[in-house]
Design a protein around this ligand. Structure first.
Ligand SMILES: Cc1ncc(COP(=O)(O)OP(=O)(O)O)c(N)n1
Ligand SMILES: Cc1nc(C(=O)O)sc1CCOP(=O)(O)O
Ligand SMILES: [Mg+2]
Length: 200
């Protein structure tokens, strides 16, 4: 149900680049945009994904995801505080949650998510976080604790680190910087797809 390669991108333009290049499970993680722009980008990204048989995961904006009849939403712990998980479920959306420690895992599992993300596995430059890198050992621990739910590894991943995460038990490896900051994002996307499909 979830793909081993999980790019997380900052706008719909990136969805339009990476999905035709083979991304099958992609998160739209837009920050600091007005509501009408968010909606426009969600619609654009959804249309691209539908045209290519890919899954779009909308980060944060669960109300928009419901209105736009999306299939997936990703929520972090702060997002979960305000979210109406029952409304999300009533609308038929699938849900991914972020976790960074045991207390968050307990809260995340209470929402009965369709995947659990664990991060940051390695140091990330994308945003400041109070957690030390989890390391690969945490992946095996989380996998045992979440039963048959898919586990997503995120934070500081490169192609080689993604392979290690999948070998350690993650079902999917999520990435921002190693794709969107790469000199050749489409070539790097192909490298990620080749590495993660073999490793999964
Ligand atoms: C796959 C995946 N894992 C974790 C996150 C982080 O979510 P959150 O903690 O809500 O932080 P923001 O991404 O919203 O800044 C994610 N987006 N995707
Ligand atoms: C958005 C995000 N969430 C994380 C978490 O640990 O929950 S780490 C992260 C950033 C991932 O970016 P990069 O691949 O560039 O390190
Ligand atoms: Mg969030």
């Amino acid at each position: 149900m979830i793909d081993p390669f999980y790019p997380v991108v900052p706008d719909a333009g990136w969805v339009a680049r990476l999905v035709p290049a083979g991304a099958r499970f992609i998160q739209l993680r837009i920050k600091d945009q007005p509501e009408d722009e968010l909606r426009r980008q969600v619609r654009e990204a959804k249309a691209v994904c539908e045209a290519h048989g890919a899954d779009l995961i909308v980060n944060d904006y669960w109300r928009i995801a419901i209105d736009e009849k999306c299939r997936w939403v990703h929520l972090g712990q702060e997002d979960l505080v305000d979210a109406d998980v029952r409304a999300i479920r009533r609308a038929g959306l699938l849900l991914g949650v972020s976790t960074h420690d045991h207390a968050e895992l307990e809260k995340g599992l209470a929402a009965d998510p369709d995947y659990v993300a664990l991060g940051p596995i390695y140091p990330t430059l994308l945003k400041k976080m109070p957690w030390a890198p989890q390391g690969l050992e945490r992946i095996a621990e989380w996998k045992k604790m979440i039963g048959n739910k898919p586990l997503v590894a995120i934070g500081g991943l490169t192609v080689e680190r993604a392979r290690l995460c999948l070998a350690a038990g993650a079902d999917s490896a999520a990435v921002v910087g190693d794709i969107v900051n790469h000199a050749d994002p489409l070539g790097q996307t192909r490298a990620w797809i080749a590495a993660t499909r073999v490793a999964a």
